[in-house]
Write a protein that binds this ligand. Structure first.
Ligand SMILES: [Zn+2]
Length: 118
C-alpha cells in the first residue's frame, strides 16, 4: 500500500480525494490517481460502445490497473471512457451513456475516483 498524492486542482471540494490509498503494481508510474474500491450503493454508469467521436482527454486514472478511465471532452460535452482487459460481457473500450457539461462531468469524475460511481 502506497499513498499517492492526487493533484488538488482536480479535486477541489472533496477532501477524501486529496490522498489516494493505492494498491500499486511494479509497473505503476505513480502520476495519476487510482479509483477507489467501488462502494456499496454506488451509482452504476450505463456503459456503451459508442463515443461522441474524437475528443480531448482532460483527466485520466493510472494505466497500471486492469481497468482505467478517462474523462473526455468533446467540444465541451463530456463522457467518461473505460478501458479494460476484455472479459465476458465487458468490452475493452466503452463510454458512459451519460453526457455532461463541464461542472457536472467533474462531479461524476470525482464520484468515480472516490468509488461512489462506477
Ligand atoms: Zn498505478
Amino acid at each position: 500500500m502506497t499513498v499517492h498524492p492526487i493533484r488538488r486542482a482536480s479535486a477541489p471540494a472533496d477532501s477524501a480525494l486529496t490522498l489516494g490509498i493505492v494498491d500499486e503494481g511494479e509497473d505503476c508510474p505513480g502520476v495519476a490517481p487510482h479509483p477507489a474500491i467501488p462502494l456499496v450503493g454506488r451509482h452504476e454508469f450505463r456503459w456503451i460502445t459508442e463515443s461522441l467521436g474524437p475528443g480531448r482527454v482532460v483527466e485520466h486514472t493510472c494505466g497500471c490497473a486492469m481497468t482505467s478511465y478517462e474523462l473526455i471532452s468533446h467540444a465541451g460535452v463530456y463522457q467518461i471512457c473505460r478501458r479494460t482487459l476484455p472479459r465476458a460481457g465487458v468490452p475493452a473500450l466503452s463510454w458512459t451513456a451519460e453526457r455532461w457539461r463541464r461542472s457536472d462531468a467533474y462531479e461524476w469524475w470525482h464520484r468515480l475516483l472516490s468509488g461512489r460511481a462506477r
